[in-house]
Design a protein around this ligand. Sequence first.
Ligand code: ZN
Length: 264
Amino acid sequence: MVRTKAAGLWLALTLIIYCSLVCPAEAEQLYLNELLESHPHIQVPKEDPIVRTLELNLEPPVPGLEPEALPAPAPLPQRKIALTFDDGPDRINTPKILDILRDEQVVATFFVLGEKVERYPEVTQRIFQEGHLLANHSRTHADFAELSNEEILFLELEPTSAAVERLTGYYPRIMRPPYGSLRQDSVVFLRESGWQIVRWSLDTFDWDSTRNSPEEIIERVKTQHHNKAVVLMHCNGPATIQALPGIIKVLRGLGYEFVPVNQL
Ligand SMILES: [Zn+2]
């Protein structure tokens, strides 16, 4: 009697476990069969469509449509841009700018002041050794509109290029007047004396402390970039250093090649 009770209990327990595991699946199948009988237009796919898609993708490509056979996309027109840094070298900012340019593999142009070249010869040499172009921005940052042509040449330009040459062996013949200030007769005089005058086409305003947040500087580059642009920046403020990686990223994303001003 006890054995029968125990067997009955075991059977009941087995049924409960079976129903809890199997019955839902059976009930679902039953419901599906009833549904199909009452709705004969319903088609049950025999194979999982995702699996079929995968199988189709594994088929060999149609001859003539292999990627190699497709025509190559037309190359993008080469666009060049020149980053330029004025008023250096200095002990703090110029090395940081050089670090960023080195890390990003970007070459630039430095319009240096003769007085600072004499004060920071190691930084001047580093600019040259790292492949950047050294150019002349006067000796004392004087306003050239206030000077005679001879004063511009003999007091400002020549001493600066001579100082660069003593340190590097390279005598710059490219100049940018401080403030962009130059009389027309001085333009003619300097050109006849063998100087190339370079101003700028994109002012980042990194020199203007009232509107030179890194975001504003980057935004100006984003909205004003153009092929063969000469971008004006300076060695004398932290805003330039903070904005520089972003500027490089934006311009590189637009397909620009960074070149010194004599390669535009
Ligand atoms: Zn300047």
